[in-house]
Ligand binder design. Structure first.
Ligand SMILES: CSCC[C@H](NC=O)C(=O)N[C@@H](CO)C(=O)O
Length: 746
């Protein structure tokens, strides 16, 4: 039987002989499924020290992992525990203490300081209604369960990384968390019913004895929110549960212009410490925006007085109390200019009320190679047991490394200098027992523990692997360094260089020529480090080489590198990527007729610029939620300041968008070059994207359609900017791979 429809597999049978790229969608899907079986670590906790009956001491390590489940089309979370016997700061025996268990419905969970109890925030859907419960567990039983939805003291509890927290008081009698402020019940002015009625003669409403005040005419009130990934999070409040009395208090006394988050208990439980973000005159998106004005605050529980502890015109995050309860370390960053940049590490002394900068912003790499701090979350615990040193992880050029800094001498020691290439993540540290995870582009994450040696001998760590990685020997990778040619040097920030990571299949094709996929990252102030990335590993296993470019403006190369880009977007970043591509092609071993470009967000901006500024060079383009026109995006994104700053202007909330500013935005946008595009474009758009509204992609799609350039749109409902839900991500991967195979004629 012949039908008009050609099987998808057959579309790819005309590929060039000799090419070794995998073309069969069924086989590609199988490869993707296989690689999805490597989970990532998302949490690790070190339990209390227990002395066994035989005198040996051990601690439990609790870990949480996530893994894509393509059958259920969701990310599954599971836990596994390990036992670590130790003596004199060395691990004497370690191993898993059971199998994996899937975790469902837990939004937040935390052990009490003694390890005796556990608190869990759980979400459960009963009879179609989503409800939140707060559970207290002790030994083998659930001590208490509060139905927070029915109690109706506040709105939903925040479970995100930005504001969310669930913290035991030092006394283990109270729990602290953040929730949305309770909103008044509303009704229409025309509401009829038993609760409001009119007297026949006066025609005036009579108020009945209602438990809860109902506000008429406020049903359609607009509430600002904190943007992408934080939709419907508007007015967070600090909430405290008195466990014994089952009583919840919503704290008052927080300045009206402040939204609190990342809270914890002050020494001796006298009050609460938290980060407060200013939300006046209006809220701007917070996700990936480390430049929002915020400060460290303390609210005293006895007097209700709220004090601001850090300075007024900076941004702070990740405050962490030292084990001796004397000092608080936090990260600090500038509020103007780029969304993400080099951070300072500061310490606030609780007793002297003095703040000191322990690690300052680094403009250019120091003599010892240190380029500054580029991480925005410290690990849940980050102090050494002696409360003298702080550990942090940060991108250093194209590698993520682990450091310890002595808060008195300010000496920084790299803990990963002895290790092979690859990137490190600090998951936690408690009583000097560190839990870390390592990975590289050809090695999925492993799990290790090690004791932090005493001051001065930090580099002599001995790591013990709790969970081995499974290296993918068919992938090879290297870090490349580029100095832009003199005509592309930045006159304001001269002499800057940049990197790229090149991944190749070990098995090269018969003709020796590999197709090349170019992937510039988004941000633009972000970085691609030498870690495990599912999509690049699968593409490489299919037979593609992949070039990940950390153009000037990326994080991890010094503050000058970051600041060199705003105002030069669409030229400096585009030229850096093209320079890296041309240099790699000159090495030989690549098929210059088979080069594709993929990018998301600002990476999509670069992909669209590259196909417009180098017409015909790229044979296929895949763009996820790309920025295509800064001038049309500025009025509808959650971060309009990004458009203005990256176009080279200063942002103020009351900025008047003069024609000259809009003109520059247009000139710097990919849409300006669209008439030159020849490359077929696959656009992947998230229906709920607040950051780069999907209209950006649609604007580009319409321009390409009118120019008769092949273009296809994939539309993902229920997805936002990242398109990271398992169904969207896996569909996007498959369609992107097949688009490149088709248009590279493989
Ligand atoms: C107004 S959209 C700005 C682009 C966006 N930057 C910050 O959110 C971006 O490029 N995001 C990247 C990196 O976070 C992404 O991959 O989504």
């Amino acid at each position: 039987m012949f039908s008009g429809r050609v099987p998808v597999q057959r579309l790819f049978c005309s590929a060039v002989m000799g090419s070794k790229v995998l073309r069969d969608p069924v086989e590609i899907a199988q490869l993707y499924r296989d690689q999805c079986r490597f989970p990532s670590l998302c949490r690790a906790d070190v339990g209390p020290v227990i002395t066994s009956g035989y005198g040996g001491q051990y601690s439990n390590i609790y870990t949480e992992w996530t893994q894509r489940d393509l059958e259920r089309m969701e990310n599954v979370k599971f836990c596994r525990q390990y036992i670590v016997f130790h003596h004199d700061k060395s691990v004497v025996y370690s191993g898993p203490s059971g199998n994996c268990t899937e975790i469902r419905g837990e939004l937040l969970s935390v052990d009490s300081p003694s390890g005796e109890m556990k608190a869990v925030l759980r979400e459960n859907t009963t009879e179609g209604e989503e409800k939140q419960f707060l559970e207290i567990w002790h030994k083998n039983r659930k001590l208490k369960c509060l139905n927070l939805t029915t109690l109706n003291k506040h709105g939903k509890v925040y479970e995100d990384d930005q504001f969310g927290c669930l913290v035991w008081s030092h006394s283990e009698t109270h729990l602290l968390y953040i929730a949305e402020k309770k909103r008044p019940k509303t009704e229409s002015y025309f509401q009829q019913g038993p609760e409001t009625s009119l007297t026949p003669d006066e025609e005036e409403p009579i108020k009945t004895d209602k438990k809860e005040e109902t506000v008429p005419g406020h049903q359609f009130e607009y509430y600002e929110d904190w943007g992408e990934n934080l939709v419907s999070k508007s007015s967070p409040v600090l909430c405290v549960l008195d466990i014994e009395g089952s009583n919840i208090s919503v704290l008052e006394g927080i300045p009206a212009a402040i939204s609190p988050g990342q809270a914890f208990w002050a020494p001796a439980d006298t009050g609460l410490l938290f980060v407060g973000w200013w939300h006046e005159p209006f809220r701007l998106g917070l996700k990936s925006c480390g430049n929002r004005r915020s400060s460290l605050f303390y609210v005293d529980l006895a007097s209700g007085k709220c004090d601001q502890l850090s300075s007024d015109s900076i941004s702070v995050c990740s405050p962490r109390l030292s084990p001796d309860h004397c000092r608080i370390v936090y990260l600090e960053s500038g509020v103007s200019c780029s969304h993400l940049q080099c951070h300072r590490l500061c310490v606030f002394d609780w007793y002297t009320k003095q703040t000191s900068v322990v690690v300052d912003v680094v403009q250019r790499a120091r003599d010892d190679g240190f380029t500054g701090i580029y991480s925005f979350l410290l690990s849940p615990r980050c102090w050494s047991a002696d409360s003298e040193r702080v550990l942090f992880c940060s991108a250093q050029r194209s590698r993520k490394e682990l450091f310890v800094v002595d808060t008195s001498s300010r000496e920084i020691t790299r803990l990963t200098s002895q290790s092979q290439e690859g990137s490190w993540n600090l998951l936690n540290i408690h009583r000097d027992l560190m839990v870390v995870s390592c990975s590289s582009p050809n090695s999925p994450p492993d799990l290790r523990v090690g004791f932090l040696p005493g001051k001065g001998s930090e580099s002599k760590i001995s790591w013990v692997t709790l969970e081995e990685s499974q290296p993918q020997s068919d992938i090879s990778w290297q870090t490349l360094n580029f100095s832009p040619p003199p005509e592309q040097d930045n006159t304001q920030y001269p002499g800057l260089d940049f990197d790229a990571l090149l991944l190749k299949p070990k098995d090269t094709p018969a003709d020796g020529k590999l197709p090349l996929i170019v992937m510039p990252h988004g941000g633009p102030h972000s970085v691609l480090v030498s870690e495990w990335i599912l999509s690049t590993a699968v593409l490489c296993k299919m037979g593609f080489s992949v070039l990940l470019v950390n153009y000037r403006g990326s994080l991890g190369f010094g503050q000058d590198n970051v600041f060199s880009l705003p105002g030069n977007c669409g030229t400096q970043d585009v030229k850096d990527v093209q320079f890296a591509v041309d240099s790699v092609l000159k090495q030989g071993g690549f098929d210059e007729q088979k080069v594709a470009v993929i990018g998301g967000s600002h990476g999509g901006f670069l992909a669209c610029h590259l196909i417009g500024q180098y017409p015909g060079f790229y044979k296929a383009c895949v763009a996820r939620n790309p920025v295509t026109n800064l001038a049309s995006m500025v009025c509808c994104t959650d971060i309009p300041d990004w458009c203005i700053v990256e176009a080279g202007f200063d942002y103020k909330p009351d900025i008047q968008l003069e024609p000259a500013i809009l003109e520059q935005m247009l000139i710097k946008s990919p849409i300006k070059h669209v008439a030159k595009v020849k490359t077929p474009v696959l656009l992947m758009l998230g229906e709920g994207d607040k950051r780069v509204p999907n209209k950006q992609g649609i604007e580009y799609y319409k321009a390409l359609k009118s120019l008769q350039v092949p273009v296809r749109v994939l539309w993902y409902p229920g997805n936002n900017h990242s398109l990271s839900k398992v169904d969207a991500e896996s569909d996007g991967f498959m369609n992107g791979a097949l688009w490149m195979i088709q248009h590279l004629s493989l």
